[in-house]
Design a protein around this ligand. Structure first.
Ligand code: TRP
Length: 332
């Protein structure tokens, strides 16, 4: 087995939409791309987490491949990072079972994501409750030092650390206790129509969400119709000017320029100027990602081959950890 001397990182994204949105791209994918240079990186598509709420099978299959294609199109390089699909590595649900038996009902039911999601469902699956144990398994199998996740996953990471420590204490040193790397809040992207909510796939207005796979026309339309704030001045004031501040954040993330620098450039100009320029910048930044995604989706066999080889590598590492765990808990 080829082992890397770099520190390891693991992260996953659920396969629940046809296109990732700009928040995923700026908040997660761009960071994944950075970390692959300094880490032995494992990035996967969490299709098993996706079915904690009902999914149509053909949608799930298609979205899994589309998400993988977007990973690669965004710059995650299969030569540098291991890209795989969660369900292709059976050690994930296998370790999850052991971790479910390490987690108390109280801990699982206190998770705020469980409380939020279960309040919205008529049918609350058991999987929605055990979701964080599967997530802990996703992570602990690879013994990563660092796990980049959004703020909304902080509590799950905390539970993962507790489970790792609990297991190590009870059965002897087994897991690395991973650090959460909370994706920086300056990379937090808000809904263009309702800039007090995070950009999300579940918000009602499609105009508020920029999808990675939007074409030039809809990108332009969405940015031009973004809600702005009272007053005229282009300033970064998230409290009093959430709309304009959000546009500045997006501008800054897509150009790698500082917000201060951008604000200085637009002194004395109007919101409209900023929007026109930002629309152009977004088209320029996202068009290659969209085109590359579509290209990758033209050749499903090649995409599947990349995922198969990622799964082979992930399986090799995950199985070593799983075997040690099975042995320690006393499975013959
Ligand atoms: N729960 C994460 C989310 O919805 C996705 C995820 C699943 C994940 N397993 C993971 C993220 C392991 C990091 C590490 O965003």
């Amino acid at each position: 087995m080829m082992t890397s001397s770099l520190p390891r990182t693991v992260s996953g994204i659920q396969a629940t939409s046809d296109s990732l949105h700009l928040g995923n791209y700026i908040g997660a994918l761009q960071q994944f791309v950075v970390h692959q240079e300094s880490h032995d990186a494992f990035y996967f598509i969490a299709n098993m987490h996706a079915i904690t709420v009902e999914q149509d099978p053909s949608d799930l299959r298609e979205r899994t491949l589309r998400t993988a294609a977007q990973f690669i199109a965004a710059g995650i390089d299969p030569e540098k990072s291991t890209i795989f699909v969660q369900s292709q590595v059976p050690a994930h649900p296998q370790l999850s079972w052991v971790l479910e038996c390490t987690t108390s009902m109280g801990e699982a039911s206190r998770m705020t994501q469980f409380k939020d999601k279960s309040a919205k469902q008529d049918h609350v699956s058991l999987g929605l409750l055990t979701y964080p144990a599967l997530m802990a398994a996703d992570i602990l199998l690879y013994n990563p030092q660092m796990v980049p996740v959004g703020e909304d996953q902080r509590q799950h990471l905390e539970l993962t650390r507790n489970l790792a420590e609990r297991f190590n204490y009870r059965f002897g040193e087994t897991f690395v206790v991973p650090e959460a790397q909370i994706l920086k809040s300056t990379a937090k992207i808000y809904d263009l129509q309702n800039p007090s909510s995070k950009m999300s796939k579940s918000l009602p207005s499609p105009l508020g969400r920029i999808d990675l796979l939007d074409d030039a026309k809809s990108l332009t339309k969405k940015i031009k119709s973004a809600v702005t704030d009272d007053g005229k001045e282009i300033a970064y004031e998230p409290e009093s000017k959430p709309g304009v501040s959000n546009l500045l954040t997006i501008y800054s993330s897509l150009t790698s320029r500082s917000v201060d620098d951008i604000v200085a450039e637009y002194e004395g100009k109007m919101y409209g100027h900023l929007k026109v320029d930002l629309a152009e910048i977004a088209v320029e930044a996202l068009t290659p990602v969209r085109e590359r995604t579509n290209e990758l989706l033209q050749d499903r066999a090649q995409l599947q081959a990349i995922l198969d080889s990622g799964a082979a590598k992930a399986n090799e590492i995950a199985e070593v950890t799983l075997r040690e765990v099975y042995d320690k808990v006393g499975f013959v």
